[in-house]
Design a protein around this ligand. Structure first.
Ligand code: MEV
Length: 280
């Protein structure tokens, strides 16, 4: 999920994303009579690997929430197919295939951000075509799911329209988001400072028009309960926010978010990325 730079990445600006817990578990088995999966992402995985099999998915990440759940499921499925059929694809091959699948299912609108972090884990800086792993930090995070449904494609389109209509306003906002991301990189181990950058990024996302009253409400509640910073994560217009918290306040902040008719997930960074659990 995004820590900084969502929407700006669509215009070639840098983005900072991280892999979070909980993990997604996928089991793949060779079968002679595979059933079609209900998800175009899963179908895309078997298609691009050129094999057929059955799949069992156990995911605690809410789908369509802006947390990159489709990327996590796609990466986990491709990795499980790779192991089950001994296809010897590299991590890079799998990350690239997952990005192509996301792009196809999302009709061209996808950045490689979520697929990259799901593959490698930790915190990743995506900049143009390149990606760099940043030193992983033990960040204490609470995610607030507004339970307001949204469409990433629609939000991306909305920003595109605004940019076309008001380039003199929107371009400087995108540049400012880039400035926030590039400064934040140097403060990943300073939660107080990092929180301030998250607040700035949130304000810029609202200025782009991807806010939502329910998201604003839980962002403000998290801050007033003591979060270092809080912002929308992902496309906005609904979906999720993320708060960076002092460890001892995590549960209190989560409770306050839930009291606003939202769902809270107390979490942290996953540093391992995709991995084979065990042979069963
Ligand atoms: C959506 O999670 C993040 C966006 O930047 C789109 C993308 O990067 O694919 C809005």
């Amino acid at each position: 999920m995004f820590l900084f730079g969502e929407h700006a990445v669509v215009y070639g600006k840098p983005g900072i994303a991280m892999a979070i817990k909980p993990r997604v578990f996928v089991t793949v088995r060779k079968t002679k009579h595979p059933q079609r999966a209900k998800s175009p992402y899963i179908d895309g995985c078997f298609e691009s690997m050129g094999v057929m099999g059955s799949v069992y998915i156990n995911s605690q990440i809410p789908s369509s929430s802006g947390l990159g759940s489709s990327a996590a499921v796609t990466i986990a499925t491709l990795s499980a197919i790779n192991d089950e059929f001994s296809l010897h694809k590299t991590r890079e091959d799998i990350a690239n295939m997952a990005f192509e699948i996301e792009k196809k299912v999302q009709k061209g609108r996808a950045s490689p951000t979520d697929t990259t972090v799901s593959m490698y884990g930790g915190i990743v800086l995506i900049s143009g075509g390149s990606r760099r792993r940043l030193p992983p930090q033990n960040l204490h995070l609470v995610i607030g799911d507004s339970l307001v449904s949204h469409s990433t494609a629609k939000m991306v389109e909305l920003v595109g329209e605004q940019k076309k209509k008001h380039p003199d306003i929107v371009d400087p906002i995108l540049n400012a988001i880039e400035g926030v991301s590039m400064s934040a990189i140097h403060h990943l181990n300073n939660p107080k400072e990092l929180g301030r950058y998250m607040d700035m990024n949130h304000a810029l996302l609202e200025a782009l028009g991807v806010g939502h009253p329910q998201l604003s409400k839980i962002v403000l509640v998290a801050r007033s309960e003591g979060a270092f910073g809080a912002k929308i994560t992902g496309a906005g217009g609904g979906g999720c926010m993320v708060a960076l918290c002092p460890k001892h306040l995590k549960q209190r902040i989560a409770n306050a978010i839930e009291a606003c008719d939202a769902r809270a997930i107390v979490t942290g960074i996953d540093i391992e990325g995709a991995r084979k659990e065990k042979n069963v």
